[in-house]
Design a protein around this ligand. Sequence first.
Ligand SMILES: O=C(O)CCC(=O)C(=O)O
Length: 274
Amino acid sequence: MISALDIYLFDLRGYLILEDAIANDHVKELNAILDNMENLKPGEWYGYVQGHIFLTAKEGLNLQQIYEGGEPFERLIDNPSWIDHVMTFVGGQNSFDSHHGPLFIDENFANIRGPGESIGLHGSPVPWSKRAQFHVQNQEFNCGQINILMALTDIGPDDGPTMVIPGSHKSNFLNPELSSSHIKARDGAVDGATGAIEVHMKAGDALLFVDTISHGSKRITTGKRRTIVYRYGPSWGFFRHGYRPSKGLLDRLTPDRRKIVWPHHKTENSPYLI
Ligand SMILES: O=C(O)CCC(=O)C(=O)O
């Protein structure tokens, strides 16, 4: 369950570090599956998982739709270490019985980075982004997107740690170090951004953050960094990319996981695909 201290700190800082969020054996299972996929080229498929890059190869290889990668990835969808946090911060915890589900994952991927790779500083409430927004009303959160970034390798100072500017999710002025074009800002790393702190994690830890916090990652000096990111928002959101869950995945998911991947009820004898 989410503690009052976690609520206070998330509101204050815009992120939380969830230590030991994924058990060691589970991390091993995830890594063993990724061993078979990490050499995918952008555009190539491994089952329903696709190799992908964001804007430049410097941001590393993404394996999009990683929740299709097998049961260990399905178990992450409603992992008890974060699901109550995510529901509380997105604000969908009271939606279970309505026609909407409690949440929706609009993007899910593993990311693999090597030496020299990073992602530049991005995210800010200025200019306002409805999708990424941080919002609280009557002591209830209504955030547009809560990211869970899971470390599958230890991520120390030389391993390209994620960096965040604590409290920047509430800033009222544009950070002059953030290019007015977010796309341009993503060309570099966050190294040197004023106020940014490094988030060091052990394999199995997870970083929860609201997408509007200014964030990115430091350049990797040596070694390889593996992370998984699931992005959760309200159930009336939509997929970031053109991917859709496979019928096989929807058929084998538990009802609670299915509601998060595909919030609508199953329609019997439907002429539609799903
Ligand atoms: O890879 C990282 O450390 C940062 C991830 C990120 O920028 C994002 O998920 O939006």
